[in-house]
Design a protein around this ligand. Structure first.
Ligand code: PLP
Length: 469
């Protein structure tokens, strides 16, 4: 049965995938279904008997597909991208077929060793300091939690693991930091009250002198500063925190420095964007997501540490049933994070890097940055719109502004966003910058070309004229 099923449906599905990718633009980029609409079409109870694949596939197309928002659509400008690519999809198919669970070296030596190799390739591609060692995590949120836990252990001389926290530890991040830092502070024992949000400058980047003052204030109050999270590419506006100045403060006060470059890290493969990593020699841990802008399908988050021993000491466990005679000679990635069981994620990254080469990836990222600059110029030239943040990479923050008061402007831009997304032609999301409602146009889809961005701009102008009426 297995062989026949693969013969008939394997080819059919791969054909369907190829057609889907070629015809993606025919779908509404944002799913237009209402809450409950998909669930109501599905039986409440599982089938007692196996069903023919033809029926399952039919329902996939008829029921599931209309409820999908098409992240790979060239007119996807929402959030940050979550890109895939043909090499990555093909590798994922092989990964599923192998079905390897890669918790320790012995459970698939190739998975462990390939992970070491591709992470070293990534380190070189970004230009992170030599000696930083990488491990693949599922998401940046997990990697940041791992960093906060490791920082906690370092700050307490590995006592918190053993005895629990005796004294409050403090984390510092900019007021523009991602919500995963707050989640990490909540669950890693620091407590939300011990997360300090440091003010930002006019480009929404952390102000180092404010950081140092906050650290000194906490020390005076008898608290223990433990960790700073710097962001390269904030979620709202891709602001770049000044790493070199922050790193010096961390060294002066013996603080763990974690860098969240979830989206923007990929841009460091470009020589012209490497300056954001100035000061990286002072970084203790660094995360970025190849699943965002490096064509490697979700999930794949690259986490680098300066000192793997501290990481391993935080997470290692040695139950009898996981011991092998080779543990002293190999890397067992189960000790490099929270989960025991691990997916074989290195394969898709290897396929992507080999298929595109560093230059191929650079070309795509550079083009997205160029397109964002174009869009920025159109916004600046148009009297009814204004730019709301510097465009450091491929995200443009803007709003419609006809001079009405701030509250009314927030409402106006909310209505503009809704009317744009209801068309199904493009999908944008919003944020708030200093209390102002801001539209975000985030470019990162592998297939986005200049004419798509131009069409988006024309649609934005048309809908703006309608909401202004
Ligand atoms: N950090 C930043 C700056 C982000 O923009 C995001 C998501 O967009 C995250 C962290 C969380 O990423 P993940 O979904 O991989 O946890």
């Amino acid at each position: 049965m297995d062989k026949e099923l693969f013969k008939e449906y394997g080819y059919k599905f791969v054909d369907w995938v190829a057609d889907y990718m070629a015809e993606l633009e025919k779908f509404p980029v944002l799913s237009q279904v209402n809450p409950g609409e998909i669930r109501n079409k599905l039986p409440l109870e599982p089938p007692g008997q196996g069903e023919p694949m033809e029926r399952v596939f039919h329902d996939f197309k008829k029921i599931i597909l209309p409820g999908i928002s098409h992240w790979q659509h060239p007119s996807w400008y929402a959030y940050f991208p979550a890109t895939n690519s043909p090499p990555s999809i093909l590798a994922e198919l092989l990964t599923a077929a192998l079905g390897a669970q890669c918790m320790i070296w012995q459970t698939s030596p190739a998975a462990a060793e390939l992970e070491e190799v591709v992470m070293e390739w990534l380190r070189q591609m970004l230009g992170l300091p030599e000696g930083m060692t990488g491990v693949i995590q599922d998401t940046a949120s997990t990697a940041t939690l791992v960093a906060l836990l490791t920082a906690r252990e370092k700050a307490t001389d590995f006592k918190a693991n053993q005895e629990g926290l005796k004294k409050a530890l403090v984390i510092y991040a900019s007021e523009e930091t991602h919500s995963s830092i707050e989640k990490g502070a909540k669950i890693a024992g620091y407590g939300r009250e011990n997360l300090r949000y440091i003010p930002t400058d006019e480009s929404f980047a952390m102000i180092p002198s404010e950081l140092e003052e906050a650290v000194e204030r906490d020390k005076k109050d008898g608290l223990q500063p433990a960790c700073v999270v710097a962001t390269l590419g904030t979620t709202s506006s891709t602001a770049i925190d000044p790493l070199a100045a922050i790193g010096k403060i961390c060294r002066r006060h013996s603080l763990w420095l974690h860098v969240d470059a979830a989206f923007a890290g990929t841009a460091a493969i470009l020589p012209e964007k490497k300056s954001m990593l100035e000061g990286a020699e002072d970084v203790d841990s660094f995360v970025f997501n190849p699943h965002k802008w490096m064509l490697t399908n979700f999930d794949c988050s690259a986490y680098f540490v300066k000192d793997p021993d501290v990481l391993i000491r935080t997470f290692e466990i040695h139950p009898e049933y996981l011991k092998t005679g080779l543990d002293a000679q190999v890397k067992n990635f189960r000790d490099w994070g929270i989960q025991l069981g691990r997916r074989f994620r290195a394969l898709k990254l290897w396929f992507v890097i080999r298929s595109y080469g560093v230059e191929g990836l650079q070309k795509i990222v550079r083009e997205h940055i160029r397109l964002a600059q174009k869009f920025k110029e159109w916004v600046e030239e148009h009297g009814d719109f204004e730019l709301m943040a510097p465009v450091s990479l491929s995200l443009v923050c803007f709003r419609l502004n006809d001079g009405r008061d701030e509250e009314a402007l927030n409402d106006l831009n909310g209505r503009l966003l809704n009317s744009l997304n209801q068309t199904g032609k493009i999908f944008l999301t919003h944020t708030s910058l200093r209390g102002k409602y801001v539209l975000r146009l985030s470019i990162g889809s592998r297939t986005t070309e200049e004419h798509h961005v131009k069409e988006a701009w024309e649609l934005i102008k048309t809908k703006a004229a309608e909401v202004l009426k």
